[in-house]
Write a protein that binds this ligand. Structure first.
Ligand code: ADP
Ligand code: MG
Length: 689
């Protein structure tokens, strides 16, 4: 398949009749380069042209009518306009054209019959339709008509014509069209791909318009299914690189385990024990582990990962721990050292601030096997970072890392690949996790350590700012600390930083005599860390921050958080932010500050957050309110973009998608490259897992 697909490339749009360089350039604006792009240019919805509405009873809004021309005239003093009266047995209506060719006037002769599609409006002179689409009446039933995303200079009509041309190409049964064995997913594959594409682009007469708009036609379902399978396979193919390789078999003794937990200042929850049990079983195999620990903020994922590192160490293998920011790397280093150093493990932090000499020494120790746990950011992937025997990789908040980086970790023990453990606090509904993480196994820490009180959440209008300032002052005077999170309307980190700077200045004025600090993503790493260190040490009372604090920072005394513009954030993100408070130290509060007026949806969202403290329930609700890209952490990168599928709408098929992908990989791997090339295009690799 792969070979034949390569021999017969997908024809570019310019091979279609009537497509010259100018039209090709316009198509390119829509991301359409070749015939495949045209075939997968999914309609947004359809217009129902299957029915003809009697003119007399046509409601306001878009309808299709058919009638006989009674008269046609040109009128208008300032602006010439073609007016035509159309009549059927039930009534009459005026058609008005502001732009018209002389020939139109001659074609709309009294007595001729026309079909018109357009919006019915009521004017002082009666009902009218402005610039309807018209065609000679046929007397036959109409179609439902797909409506495409379009661009300037490219009408729906020309898109339909071009796509019809692309459908024509399919008649030659091109080799680049994926062909899957029917057994892969029998139900859907019973509907041939060509036919499904035709159903989407040229729905047959009598198709149900509302079924079409909801993606329920069998052809639509079939395409969605195949596309989801392709995405699942793209996720899987990387993880599979792993599964085919050998990993060290790692086992921990009961005695060492006991020693570790005896020293902890708390007892592990049942959920933590269960998840470690699952990890322990994986590590005991020679197949590399690929496991995702999902757990709400504060559920205690870190200690479970540290136990895995301890297991690696007892067998003589090193662990790499990756955090998304230097700040978090440092925090990890602090906790891991505290837990592991007494048992004899050496944990080392690799940062961008270490000078050449110190760095050289660390790297030499790493290569010599004198470092047991190396903690850092993506800097761990640099060429000169070489492990002696890398047995385990722990990734915190993984979606910020690239897969190529993942594979680039180097170890002298090249014949054996490390086990992989990923921690995420992003609560992804199970169905979506299945798609996102391909064949990773998932462990869930679904229990918070005892004694955690839910963060009391309040919704407050910006109009009450003076009251909020008074609350803040009282809170801080009582010896506590707080966060003020600035979120931005614009998506630019530069603007967010600027806004945060202004907010900090203003708050410092309002909270005269108290210590206001500022941290944002545009600051240099060392400045950020200096501020965070000061906040941790209690030298800053109120920390103004952009959403950079979203992940992982742990300051128990900071039990109050104000989130500005909270109405603009997703539930999941708000919940993550809120998780920064409520980390011990008594009752904690989160104030969702909003700028009135609040839309009904925003009101509902904030109320949900106020009343619900379960990240997974929130994620489910978020999923219903927002798109899946948001939840999957791929919105920025745009990696998870579907053409025909909608994983929210089509979530019922996701379990079968996983089965189908597995089946194909096992039984028809030769069919996979063409499938990926067709659905995901040339760059058919995800880079942000
Ligand atoms: P997250 O899952 O958000 O990464 P952490 O691993 O950072 O959570 O844990 C949050 C806090 O809870 C840390 O201070 C950690 O030491 C503490 N913790 C972890 N497990 C327990 C437990 N079983 N009982 C009490 N506190 C715990
Ligand atoms: Mg964490």
């Amino acid at each position: 398949m792969a070979a034949s697909a390569a021999q017969q490339p997908i024809p570019p749009v310019t091979t279609l009749r009537g497509v010259g360089p100018a039209l090709a350039a316009r198509l390119q604006k829509l991301g359409i380069m070749d015939v495949r792009d045209l075939l997968l240019h999914a309609p947004l919805r359809c217009e129902d042209r299957s029915r003809i509405t009697p003119i007399g009873s046509a409601p306001a809004g878009k309808v299709q009518i058919e009638g006989e021309v009674v008269m046609t005239d040109i009128s208008g003093r300032r602006r010439r306009m073609l007016v035509c009266v159309l009549r059927d047995g039930t009534g009459s209506i005026e058609l008005r054209f502001f732009h018209f060719s002389p020939s139109l006037r001659h074609r709309l002769v009294p007595g001729s019959h026309w079909r018109c599609y357009g919006e019915v409006k009521t004017s002082p002179s009666g009902r009218e339709m402005i610039h309807p689409e018209i065609q000679p009446a046929t007397g036959q039933a109409g179609h439902i008509l797909p409506v495409y995303p379009a661009t300037a200079g490219l009408s729906q009509k020309s898109l339909r014509r071009l796509i019809a041309g692309a459908l024509g190409v399919l008649e030659g049964a091109p080799a680049w069209l994926p062909r899957l064995p029917a057994a892969a997913f029998p139900e859907e594959l019973a509907f041939p791909l060509e036919e499904a594409l035709r159903q989407v682009h040229q729905p047959p007469p009598a198709s149900d318009a509302s079924a079409y708009n909801e993606g329920r036609l069998p052809g639509q379902r079939r395409l969605a299914f195949e596309e989801l399978v392709a995405h699942q396979l793209a996720f899987r193919s990387r993880a599979r690189v792993h599964a085919e390789e050998n990993a060290p078999m790692l086992e921990i003794s009961q005695a060492l385990l006991q020693q570790f937990v005896d020293r902890l200042p708390f007892t592990l929850t049942a959920a933590q024990w269960r998840v470690f049990g699952e990890i322990r079983e994986d590590l005991g195999k020679t197949v590399p582990m690929g496991r995702l620990i999902q757990g709400d903020v504060g559920s205690g994922k870190t200690v479970v990962a540290a136990l895995a590192a301890l297991t690696a160490w007892q067998n003589g293998w090193q662990t790499a721990v990756m955090a998304p920011t230097e700040l978090l790397a440092e925090q990890h280093w602090g906790t891991w050292s505290e837990w592991l150093a007494p048992l004899g493990l050496k944990s080392v932090l690799l940062t961008s601030r270490q000078g050449g000499k110190e760095r050289g020494r660390l790297l030499a120790e790493l290569l010599a096997g004198k470092v047991d746990v190396l903690i850092g950011t993506h800097a761990l992937f640099q060429e000169e970072v070489r492990f002696c025997r890398l047995g385990l990789v722990v990734v915190d908040e993984q979606h910020r890392f690239g897969v190529d980086q993942r594979l680039a970790l180097k170890s002298k023990a090249d014949q054996e690949k490390p086990h992989y453990l990923v921690m995420t606090a992003t609560p992804i509904p199970r169905t979506l996790a299945m798609l996102r993480y391909g064949d990773m196994d998932i462990s869930l820490i679904d229990e918070l350590p005892p004694g955690r009180e839910p963060v009391e959440t309040r919704v407050m209008s910006e109009e009450k700012r003076p009251r909020l300032i008074a609350i803040l002052r009282r809170w801080i005077v009582a010896g506590r600390q707080a966060y003020w999170v600035c979120t931005l309307i614009e998506e630019s980190e530069a603007l967010a930083a600027e806004a945060a700077e202004k907010t900090a200045v203003l708050l410092q004025e309002e909270l005269d005599g108290l210590r206001v600090g500022l941290v944002h993503g545009r600051m240099k790493a060392e400045d950020k860390e200096a501020v965070m260190a000061a906040f941790k040490a209690g030298a800053i009372d109120l920390l103004v921050a952009t959403t950079v604090i979203e992940v992982g920072v742990d300051v128990p005394n900071a039990g109050l958080m104000v989130i500005e513009n909270s109405e603009r954030l997703g539930l999941a993100q708000l919940h993550q932010l809120r998780g920064r408070v409520g980390r011990g130290g008594g009752q904690s509060f989160c104030i969702l500050f909003y700028r009135p007026p609040l839309s009904a949806t925003a009101q509902r969202r904030l109320a949900i957050l106020r009343d619900c403290h379960d990240g997974f329930v929130l994620a489910e609700k978020d999923l219903a309110l927002r798109g899946p890209g948001e939840l999957l952490g791929t919105r920025q990168s745009g990696a998870l973009r579907f053409k025909m599928a909608d994983p929210v709408r089509d979530r019922d098929v996701l379990p079968r998608v996983r089965d189908a992908a597995e089946w194909l990989q096992r039984n028809a791997p030769e069919a996979v490259p063409a499938l990926l090339a067709f659905w995901l295009g040339e760059g058919n690799r995800y880079v942000d897992v």
